[in-house]
Design a binder for this molecule. Structure first.
Ligand SMILES: [Zn+2]
Length: 138
């Protein structure tokens, strides 16, 4: 998906992309797990697979998957990212949790929405996505 700086941010914050997730995609570090979570959602929507990989914690099993990047690209290119709703946030110093509902449609318009509780870890002042637990599939 192509997006301009003045477009609404794909994380559905209601802000312009340039005032929301773009600075993180350009290299700034999100100060909170929630900002990282939102910027990862919009990175999926735009198709920034390198950002997804860069912000994933080093222990994630996908680092052993040689097709990871192309799988992210495929998901991004074949999914409509319709909505993001934050359900709960638990902030800690080194560990935070964000629960959210992502409203998604496949290319053939099947509802592939899901809710997840994501765990984030901070290392050297940088937040990373560590893993997610699916809350329910709808
Ligand atoms: Zn955003």
């Amino acid at each position: 998906m192509k997006i301009s700086s003045n477009s609404p941010c794909p994380c559905k914050s209601g802000k312009k992309y340039k005032k929301c997730c773009k600075p993180y995609h350009d290299g700034d570090y999100p100060k909170t797990a929630l900002l990282l979570m939102r910027s990862r959602f919009s990175a999926y929507a735009i198709g920034l697979s390198n950002y997804i990989i860069k912000t994933t914690y080093k222990t994630h099993e996908n680092f052993k998957n040689p097709n990871w990047k192309s799988e992210i690209d495929f998901f991004s290119n074949n999914t409509k990212f319709l909505g993001l709703k934050i359900l709960d946030v638990k902030n800690g110093e080194q560990e935070s949790f964000v629960s959210f509902k992502a409203t998604l449609l496949s290319k053939s318009n099947n509802d592939i929405s899901f809710s997840e509780n994501s765990r984030f870890l901070k290392e050297k002042d940088t937040w990373f996505y560590e893993r997610g637990k699916i809350l329910k599939n709808k």
